[in-house]
Write a protein that binds this ligand. Sequence first.
Ligand code: PHB
Length: 398
Amino acid sequence: MTKSRLTFSRRKILAGAGVAAGAMFVPTRFAIGQAAKVKIGLMLPYSGTYAALGNNITDAFKLRLKELGGTLGGRAVDFVQVDDESAPPKAKDNASKLIGKDKVDVLVGTVHSGVAEAMAQVAREEGTLTLCPNAGAASLTGKMCAPNIFRTSFSNWQPAFPCGAVMLKDGHKKAVVMSWNYPAGHEALGGFKQGFTAGGGTIVKEILLDFPKTEFQAHLTEIAALKPDAVFVFFAGGGALKFMQDYAAAGLQGKIALYGSGFLTDGVLKAAGASADGVKTTLHYADALDNPINKKFRAAFKAATTRDADVYAVQGYDTCSLLAIGMDAVKGDLKAKKALYTAMEKAAIDSPRGKFTLSKSHNPIQDIYLRLVKGGQETVLGVAHKALADPGTGCTMG
Ligand code: PHB
């Protein structure tokens, strides 16, 4: 399974010599490299509160690869999958093993910002091409940005910032904010607060729980007593589902307006049922986006997995598209780093979310949609912020 490319290539040459020794075509070094499979390490959560996110990213990546004929830059693909468990203490080891032991050519990961930061540290040291299909940690395309690190998803600030203005426009002046106590939570709440306070809003209280805890009840009782105009949260995956259910069960649904980054409802809408009704969110994707690529993608994902696509699936799909653009430009030769990175930097991705390009720090510049759950459906109310770019603070590249 984890035979090095060198071993693989030598075996091929020896086999060739046995068959037609005299007139044997001796491939050049580059041709050998081209023929070898490209090994992609998928470092994602396949257990815990973010398991569904990791699975959708994986399945949509593979769906896109299939659409592309199963090859990237002319090379077939081998996958090595690691369950990172959304556990930051295990992250460095997992990334180092994928690169050092499994000898992956490309690293794709991950969902959890804390895990992504440790993974990016390893990727920077090793110089391995790394594509982030979710985790929004600011540092990945900020102070830890690097020529070999690309993100196809978002920065945590991006979908949260426009929600401040949205809430004010809806007439809410006092808000409680709530999340998990880790980089994604801090940065999402930070983005929201920036937009909200700049327009004259006041934060009444900030509530943080350890990741991935979901003991919300006591905090919901406190929110009921505080009587803010609205609540903004960052939760995702299993935790997001539980939050909406608990919010409704606590009697707050319809009384204190609930807002969030769109991860609150994405992927859990069906399971949330009536508890999600009335939840308003901002995100770089919405199921109902009316473009042909989204329609085709959603149908293909459903056919392949029997599940409905969500933002995580979109990000996995687009990660494969971006990698394909880079690898096609260098005909599979990942050693041609300058040409590879340049092609990826210049890419315009035809995504189910709408076309997007990358900023100088390698983060998507993208529209942020305003969404509202009505009768169990995510409806699109409009664009909350057109072509929003993360400031990429601290990135000295580009
Ligand atoms: C993150 O940790 O950066 C993260 C996790 C799940 C999401 C969004 C961001 O849905």
